[in-house]
Design a protein around this ligand. Structure first.
Ligand SMILES: O=C(O)CCC(=O)C(=O)O
Ligand SMILES: [Fe+2]
Length: 279
């Protein structure tokens, strides 16, 4: 079993893409409308940011979670004991951002949000009636004007050889939000866990866009769409000396959006962040 990239411009794109999401929790798109030049410009300018000491002046705000998270505070995935080998920056339109990077991130944030709304439309359109009847509102409406949607610029530094035994770039985890949109990173490493327990590589051809289901859509669809585990494995051989940059956009509904009988987006997020130990 491999993940096949779906051509965004093909007549069956919506159907094929949603089928892949249903079966694996992941869908991969090629020929999508997000400008690749913008993505590569962001990779380049953020490599400079991570190489500079300036990053330390943007340390994250504990209450609002925007800004730079250094390697020593990076997440420990649920059920893991070792911290991930990564540093990252949380960008929100209302949050801190270095001035010289603001235009690029603003543009990307908008383009990716627009595409996300369209893809949520595809998901809704291809949800069985019984599943869709439980959505409290159109899926694309859930993220409209949300100030919770988070763009994360991740940097996985070159391996130094002194990493903690068993530590990996990103331990197996599921995303908390509705869906995640992720341009193929500049280096491989992302893997997804299939139903049978096998880990497979997510195709990382430059220009692909990877979309995955998060826990909130799993919750809202009564489990029809699975929020699957994924991880980023460490590079080997000569790739060890390479940095990896990636740019997930985590689409979050407004906090008052009802996901299910049990949860609003706000109550769900709070529960999950408490488990993760970050609030
Ligand atoms: O870096 C990647 O390719 C994936 C990152 C990821 O899964 C996450 O930050 O939730
Ligand atoms: Fe993730």
């Amino acid at each position: 079993m491999t993940l096949e990239a779906v051509d965004y411009r093909s007549p069956n794109a919506a159907q094929d893409f949603v089928k892949s999401l249903r079966e694996t929790g992941f869908g991969v798109l090629k020929n999508h409308p997000i400008r690749q030049q913008l993505v590569s410009d962001i990779y380049r300018s953020w490599q400079d940011f991570y190489n500079s000491a300036e990053k330390h002046t943007y340390r994250y705000n504990v209450g609002t979670q925007d800004g730079y998270f250094p390697p020593d505070v990076s997440e420990t995935a649920k059920g893991h004991s070792k911290k991930d080998i990564k540093e990252y920056f949380h960008y929100y339109p209302w949050g801190q951002c270095p001035l010289q990077h603001k235009d690029q991130l603003t543009q990307y944030y908008e383009e990716a949000n627009t595409l996300a709304e369209e893809l949520l439309g595809w998901i809704e359109q291809h949800s069985p009636e019984e599943v869709a009847s439980h959505y409290s509102q159109p899926l694309s409406g859930m993220i409209e004007n949300s100030d919770q949607t988070l763009l994360r610029v991740l940097h996985y530094p070159p391996l130094q050889g002194d990493e903690e035994l068993g530590a990996i770039r990103a331990g197996a985890h599921e995303d908390i939000n509705l869906i995640t949109i992720l341009p193929a990173a500049n280096e491989p490493g992302l893997q997804v866990k299939l139903k049978d327990g096998r880990w497979i590589d997510v195709p990382c051809d430059f220009g692909n866009l990877i979309v995955n289901i998060g826990d909130m859509l799993q919750e809202a669809s009564g489990g029809y769409f699975p929020s699957t585990s994924h991880r980023v494995i460490n590079p080997e051989g000569t790739d060890k000396t390479k940095s990896r940059i990636s740019l997930p956009l985590f689409l979050h509904p407004r906090p008052d959006v009802v996901l299910s009988d049990r949860h609003t987006a706000g109550s769900y997020l709070h529960e999950r962040l408490t488990e993760l130990g970050v609030i």
